[in-house]
Ligand binder design. Structure first.
Ligand code: MG
Length: 257
């Protein structure tokens, strides 16, 4: 049900989204474990194709507005939407952001994580990753029924600014579940307006994209890869959460046995 500028999912939809998210989390975790020096981003994309097929799904990104990859793989100063390439080989010290979207039985899971290939290239890389993950956790903690979207935005931004970093402004989190992008938008920086009220049945993809330098980004000539304008490092963590009457349920955690 679309209620003004939000989507409230039915119980049946929530069950489907829950399954899609668990499958997506599994694919994400397997891919993160595959990241090592010497592997190309195209090889990671090929692995993603196999893993997504194994869970019975299809890529939610492939063909979306013409995107050519199974997943998005963004290195170092690349923020989001990087495309797997055979000539792009992972090196020691790289920051590798993997953004995975899986469509399963008509429902969508969307999740991202940045992993560092040891040894760390700089102390900044480690603290950037830490702060980005913490900002996601703060955003999730603020995503309680009865609160507002801007409570999430403010909580995410506070952690980022306290750590001395900046939140990307040109790309934001979003509702998700039956389509990849549903209303509302979930910015990673505070708004003047408090935004829509969080109601049970909403499903949000909260996804801070955090730059070590300025917030400005540029799109590369390939039309997809988003890079920091000042070539500073960037990190990206994303979970989908189900809004309830109390604390949110994180949907993109791995299944527990
Ligand atoms: Mg997303």
């Amino acid at each position: 049900m679309r209620k003004r500028n939000v989507v409230i999912h039915t119980e049946r939809e929530i069950a489907g989204i829950r399954e899609a998210c668990a499958a997506t989390a599994h694919v994400r975790d397997e891919l993160c474990a595959s990241v090592r020096p010497g592997i190309s981003t195209r090889q990671i994309d090929d692995l993603a194709r196999g893993l997504i097929a194994q869970v019975g799904g299809t890529s939610a990104f492939l063909g979306y507005r013409g995107f050519p990859g199974q997943i998005c793989i963004s290195l170092n100063d690349e923020v989001v939407h990087g495309i797997g390439r055979a000539d792009r080989v992972i090196q020691c010290g790289d920051l590798v952001s993997l953004d995975v979207g899986v469509k399963l039985n008509g429902f969508i899971g969307d999740t991202a994580r940045t992993v560092a290939v040891p040894p760390p290239s700089s102390p900044v890389a480690a603290s950037l990753m830490h702060a980005t993950q913490e900002s996601l956790e703060a955003g999730i903690a603020a995503a309680c029924g009865g609160c507002y979207v801007n409570d999430i935005s403010r909580a995410v931004e506070r952690v980022i600014l306290d750590a001395g970093f900046t939140a990307v402004r040109d790309f934001v989190g979003h509702g998700c579940g039956c389509a990849l992008h549903e209303p509302p938008e979930v910015p990673n920086f505070a708004q003047r307006d408090r935004g829509p009220k969080l109601r049970a049945g909403m499903v949000l993809a909260i996804e801070p994209m955090v730059n070590a330098g300025g917030h400005q980004v540029r799109v590369e000539e390939d039309g997809w890869t988003v890079r920091t304008a000042d070539h500073s490092l960037s990190a990206h963590f994303e979970h989908m959460v189900l809004i309830t009457n109390g604390k949110p349920e994180i949907l993109t955690c791995p299944k527990t046995a």
